[in-house]
Design a protein around this ligand. Structure first.
Ligand code: C5P
Length: 452
């Protein structure tokens, strides 16, 4: 979709139907995913419902089960699922209440009974061009023009799902343009440097992840000294010469550790700044993400509802989270990554961190030719998080299919996006599962080659 074009009618008509359903009810039950996009989605919805004078009860969850669906639907007239639901239409259609699904995961099918809003159904790729929070934002804007002030919350979901790193497109781009017209968003040039305090920003950074600097106060200090930057400087304080020197030192280190140019280009993507929140979409996403990953989704939601104490709490959670991620990444680098023929994987002790560890490994120091899988042992199950790259997708790789089908073959479940997917498999069957994924990724690549 070119900038300035309108949204597909199919998406808009579903949004209108969803709005009409919300108008009919006074109380709404919400279930959303626990990650940044899920919390951001719930944040947009709850603000819009509050403004519309509705009562709501929101729950965020890691995974949706049929039991949870039945439990949530009990005594409820209107159930809204955000950032999930498109894969659960069978059970949702059986519920006695009205159901709205606002999702962006590739849907296996559409529904007559459920109000099913998903960019994929309208020809927009939900993996790259429309987060769940973007769908919720579209609904909020349809409900009330004043809800455009919620765009910053929605953009935390877009950034959290890494949909802003290659430039905006589709629904995300449309929202951005509308936001610009209403002066609720500003664009700032991209930078290799962290926002705010440089020393702590460099030590805590995973995007970019610079070996010897990220997670290393000593390394970060040495780098600042080499660039002639005072150790207590903030990004906005340094002059152009210092900024250029520091940026080029970081770029050189990344290149030396094998990070490709395409990733460097992603790091310096444009920033979307929200004056109402005094921060960028990326910074907002990092707060919500830390809340979700530390089982404090409620803090993330409260923050989105404007609670100042929640903001302070979220900042503390983010610091703890950053410290844990850095320690875990050092362990991954220390222990090494096991390479199969078509995939690479490692074991991770901290279940909640698998996604980010897998992503950082894939982007910054792993083998670019092999999708990365992080495996965490929960006692009776193995949870898996996988991440790929856009180049791997171009080569035919589809991690959602590979993990879903391989997990099913060993008695587990899996799914997600082509570039980022997950699975749960019974303990003891992980080796078999890994072999299946390895084989399937090889077949996916071979099929694409044959078709070319
Ligand atoms: O947990 P993680 O962040 O790695 O999940 C990546 C994606 O895979 C998410 O979109 C998640 O919803 C999806 N997923 C799934 N089924 C699973 C585990 C994860 O669809 N069993």
């Amino acid at each position: 979709m070119e900038p300035g074009t309108t949204l597909p009618d199919k998406l808009l008509s579903r949004i209108s139907i969803a709005k009409a359903e919300i108008d009919r009810f006074h109380e709404v039950r919400i279930i959303s995913h626990y990650d940044a996009d899920g919390i951001s989605s719930a944040g947009v919805l709850c603000n819009a419902l509050l403004r519309a004078g509705k009562r709501f009860h929101a729950t965020m969850t890691k995974s949706l089960t049929n039991d949870l669906i039945s439990e949530m639907a009990e005594g409820c007239d209107l159930l809204i699922l955000s950032d999930m639901g498109s894969s659960h239409l069978d059970s949702l259609e059986g519920l006695p209440c009205k159901v709205i699904v606002l999702d962006h995961h590739a849907p296996p099918r559409d529904s007559e009974k459920v109000v099913h809003v998903n960019p994929h159904l309208a020809g927009i790729d939900g993996m790259t061009s429309g987060s769940a929070s973007a769908v919720c934002m579209l609904l909020a804007a349809e409900m009330d023009e004043r809800n455009w002030d919620l765009l910053g919350i929605a953009f935390a979901g877009i950034a959290g799902d890494r949909q802003a790193i290659r430039g905006l497109s589709g629904l995300n781009q449309w929202l951005f343009e509308e936001g610009l017209k209403r002066n609720v968003v500003e664009v700032r040039p991209g930078s290799m440097l962290p926002e705010g305090e440089l020393l702590s920003g460099l030590v805590g950074s995973t995007d970019p992840y610079v070996i010897g600097v990220s997670g290393s106060p000593q390394g970060a200090k040495a780098l600042l000294e080499e660039a002639g930057v005072p150790l207590n400087a903030r990004a906005e304080d340094i002059d152009e010469t210092q900024r250029m020197k520091l940026s080029s030192l970081l770029a050189l280190k990344l290149t030396a550790q094998g990070t490709p140019v395409v990733t460097l280009d992603e790091v310096v993507h444009e920033r979307y700044h929200f004056p109402r929140w005094g921060m960028s979409a990326d910074a907002f996403a990092s707060l919500l993400n830390a809340c979700g990953r530390s089982n404090h989704e409620g803090v993330g939601l409260a923050l989105a509802l404007g609670d100042e104490e929640a903001m302070k709490h979220a900042r503390a959670l983010r610091q703890e989270y950053v410290d844990e991620v850095q320690a875990s990444l050092l362990r991954v680098i220390g222990k090494g990554i096991t390479k199969g023929e078509n995939i690479q994987y490692f074991l991770n002790e901290n279940l909640g961190l698998s996604g980010i560890l897998s992503g950082v490994t894939m982007q910054y120091f792993g083998d670019r030719d092999k999708p990365t899988l992080a495996l965490a042992d929960t006692g009776n199950e193995i949870k898996v998080s996988s991440r790929g790259t856009f180049e791997l997708l171009d080569q035919g790789v589809d991690l959602a299919a590979a993990l879903r089908e391989s997990a099913q073959k060993v008695g587990g479940v899996g799914g997600g996006h082509r570039i980022a997917s997950g699975a749960t498999v019974p303990r003891g069957r992980e080796k078999e599962f890994l072999d299946l994924v390895d084989k399937m990724v090889g077949e996916q690549k071979a099929q694409k080659k044959d078709a070319a």
